[in-house]
Each structure stands twice: as C-alpha cells, then as structure tokens.
Design a protein. Structure first.
Length: 287
C-alpha cells in the first residue's frame, strides 16, 4: 500500500504543475474558442500546453496504478491536493504571496491527507455488473452531448462554468474506469466498455477544461472542476466499486476527505493563479 500512496503523491505533484502550465497556455487562445479542430490544432502547436499534457498523462498513469488497490475517495482526495502543490509552486517559483486563509487551507489539505492515509486499506474494486456498466456508458454519452452543445453555444462565463462542471464529471468517470476495469490485457482494453468510457471521458475532460479556463475566471473553473471530480468520483467508488474505509475508521475517513476538499477549494486562488496567466500576453493561436 505504501507504493500506491507514493503514486498518489506523485500524481498530485504532476497535476499541480500541469495546472499552472495550462493556465498559461489557454490564455493564449482567442475568447471565442470552441470545441472544434481549430482548438485542437491551436493547443497542439503550443509547447506549454503540450508539456502540461505530458504531466497530466504522467499524473493519470500514477493515479491508475494507485487505483488498482486504493479506494477512489482516497485517490481523488490526493488528486485534489494538487491545488496545494500548485499554490506552493506559485510561492516558490513565481513569488506569489499566500494569505492566512491560504495557509489554513494548506494545513487542512495536509491534515486531511494524513487522516485518509490512516483509514485506507488495500483491496481490489468490486466488478461492475451489466446494469451498472450501461449506466456508466449512458452517463459518458450524456456528458459528451452536454459538453458539445455547451461548447458550441455563444461564448459566455456561464457556459464556461457549466463546462467546468462537465469536465469534473468526465474526470470522475475516467477514475472510475481505472478503478473498476477487470484487467489491462490488450484484448480487454479493446473490448471492455468501461475502458472506452474512461478513454472518451479523459479526452472530453481535457477539451472541456481548456475551453472553460478560457471563458470563465480561472479560480472558479478550477474550484468547480476539482470539487465535482473529487466528490463525484468518491461517490461512484462507494456506490459502484464497493469502496469502503478500513473497519471502524469511517468517521476519520469522512473528516479527512472533507478537510482535503475544503482546503483545496480555499487555495484554488493560487491553484491556477491569474498572475501566471497575466505574465504571458494573450495571443491567438488560430491560423
């Protein structure tokens, strides 16, 4: 279990750094950016965003390793702590200053992670039945349709916030797929609907979050996305994957989870600092 917890810590480090880089990259997109080939092409030519993608992929890979043995509520809380990592990067690398509330949020994240680490036990997830699998497939399809319709509409802050919520839901489905996929053999990867849902949700989450960060305030987008991903992922793990804390530690697990989530939202102001985006003048990447 110790190796799995180290993977969670590594995932948080990668994700926290990627958040800062994504905040820089998406500010170079035009405000009217939509979910289309032009958006993909513009991001594909942006070296900062590509580096962020490498870190995101590394973070997800580490999370996948951890999810094979750790419950979703613990791994999702660990991923939420990436905002604390980004906040510390903003201080040490960018010279940002934290308020007392931010330090309080960081303390909450640290305390919550310690509590969670003391309540988890290493065990595989319950296998999803046919009905639950189709629920995940239907949910993935609904998220995709909602994201496309929202992104194709007129650019607005409200639509950006909706996309942030949808991105958080998509990342939660991705985590569920990593937790519940019965195996990672090549044949299973090609035929298992949960694996396909996870792959589609990962791409959908990245695209939706990129547009959301361009259309709405960075702090609001990040807080919504992290909050929805963390809570939804934990609930999906409890309801569908049979995740449970160690016997007799349910209260400590709940307290730890809440402390991490609330602390992460408190430090979201530095999790994707506006000052980072402002440091690089916005410019269009359209052809």
């Amino acid at each position: 279990m110790g190796a799995a917890l180290l993977c969670v810590a590594g995932a948080a480090l990668c994700s926290g750094t990627a958040i800062v880089l994504q905040a820089v990259a998406v500010r170079r997109l035009p405000p009217e950016a939509r979910l289309d080939a032009a958006l993909v092409g513009g991001l594909a030519r942006n070296p900062v965003y590509l580096l962020a993608l490498v870190l995101v992929a590394t973070g997800f890979a580490l999370s996948f390793v951890a999810l094979r043995t750790l419950p979703l509520f613990a791994v999702q809380a660990g991923r939420a702590s990436s905002l604390a990592v980004a906040a510390l990067l903003a201080v040490t690398v960018l010279g940002a200053r934290l308020r007392w509330t931010d330090w309080l949020g960081l303390a909450g994240v640290g305390t919550g992670l310690v509590l969670l680490a003391s309540t988890v036990e290493s065990r595989p997830a319950s296998e999803l039945g046919a009905a639950a699998t189709w629920v995940v497939v239907g949910g993935t399809a609904a998220l995709g349709v909602a994201a496309v319709l929202t992104a194709l509409g007129p650019p607005s802050t409200r639509r950006g916030l909706v996309l942030a919520v949808l991105a958080g839901g998509a990342f939660a489905v991705l985590a569920l797929g990593a937790r519940t996929a019965p195996s990672w053999h090549r044949v299973d990867l090609l035929t298992d609907p949960l694996v396909w849902c996870a792959a589609v949700s990962g791409g959908l989450g990245l695209a939706s979050s990129a547009i959301a960060l361009r259309r709405a305030p960075v702090v609001a987008v990040t807080a919504l996305m992290v909050g929805v991903e963390t809570v939804t992922g934990a609930l999906l793990g409890i309801v569908l994957a049979g995740d449970r804390p160690a016997p007799g530690s349910a209260a400590a697990a709940a307290c730890g989870f809440v402390l991490v989530l609330v602390g992460a939202v408190v430090v979201a102001r530095f999790g994707t600092p506006e000052t980072v985006a402002a440091a690089t003048p916005a410019r269009s990447t359209a052809p």
